[in-house]
Write a protein that binds this ligand. Sequence first.
Ligand SMILES: Cc1cc2nc3c(=O)[nH]c(=O)nc-3n(C[C@H](O)[C@H](O)[C@H](O)COP(=O)(O)OP(=O)(O)OC[C@H]3O[C@@H](n4cnc5c(N)ncnc54)[C@H](O)[C@@H]3O)c2cc1C
Length: 345
Amino acid sequence: MLRTLRFRIPTAGPFIKSHRFASTLTFIETSKDGSVVSSSLNALTAAQQLGNPIHAVILGSQASAAANALKSSVKCEKLAKILVSNNVGFDHYLPEKVAPVLARLLQNEEYSHFVAASSTVGKSNLPRLGALLDLQPISDITKIVDAKTFVRPIYAGNAIATVECSQPKKLISVRASAFEPIAQGSTDSALIEEVQGLEPESSIDIKWEGETLVKSERPDLGSASIVVAGGRALKDKETFDKILVPLADALHAGIGATRAAVDNGFCDNSLQVGQTGKVVAPDLYIAVGVSGAIQHLAGMKDSKVIVAINNDPEAPIFKVADYGLEGDVYEIVPELTQKLKEVQN
Ligand SMILES: Cc1cc2nc3c(=O)[nH]c(=O)nc-3n(C[C@H](O)[C@H](O)[C@H](O)COP(=O)(O)OP(=O)(O)OC[C@H]3O[C@@H](n4cnc5c(N)ncnc54)[C@H](O)[C@@H]3O)c2cc1C
């Protein structure tokens, strides 16, 4: 049973002064090609719901280009200013370098709220910001009740907490799937302001060495409108690829997996959905040989339509599924894939 709990976060210590004019600093993340990442557009919607003027902040070598693109592609009445620093040192968003700079910006008395998407970048910066500013962050919110009251899932989504925060500044990360992306259009009134002297700063010696990216033509799991996810029933990597990939191709879907599938080496761990993986809410989620453990449900139960294929009629996944197919994945999935191909031809 889903439980609702209510918590209060008391006022923080004397380090932060209360704001004179409420406004919201919103962190906007860009991808490697300089485009604004989709979860930041959801975060902007949450920021707008707070009702204060919004100052967006964009950091990194493509910041100015991204600011112009943001201004000309979204309609956000509350977006007053886009603060940019094109310093290349911010590229890759090393949190040890970004968080101190955000903390410095937030010293401005004007800011009553800080909002970021609950992405990997948001998740690594928020606790650091909390520590630097001596404030308790409120992570992964799914609803804004009012400017100081927020709803967030806890215990892997088994309880819903309503958190009332009396701190002078509220540090919030936003679960992207719970908020629509900000409307498309343009925000001509927003000013773009380059912040002088905004240097990456870190008290520890850290530098970016490199990365190895998994290249894929497939829609990204986090933003795909259809996700096909495989579980332990798929036995090994070869079978996982043989059964799941053709179905995903036929639907132009992203691929996800349970932790059991990831731990057994069926696929890369970036595909894990759940409490310790990604949280997704696509239009359609097809769970193939997935039992529906609570830790997995925590990452997908907000999907709009859930289809479960499982040979155990008692499997918990059927409790959250809109459509259940009871049977052997080795028969059902190839047949379903074949039928989809026929319909498409
Ligand atoms: C702290 C913690 C965090 C965790 N985080 C995550 C997380 O983020 N994500 C996650 O997924 N799990 C997570 N887990 C693990 C989770 O508890 C489950 O163990 C895992 O989700 C089970 O994966 P599964 O459904 O693939 O495997 P199983 O539970 O083994 O289920 C396999 C299912 O396949 C069905 N099946 C078998 N053969 C067939 C067939 N031929 N045809 C049709 N159906 C078949 C079975 O009936 C069964 O329901 C976490 C656990 C802990 C303790």
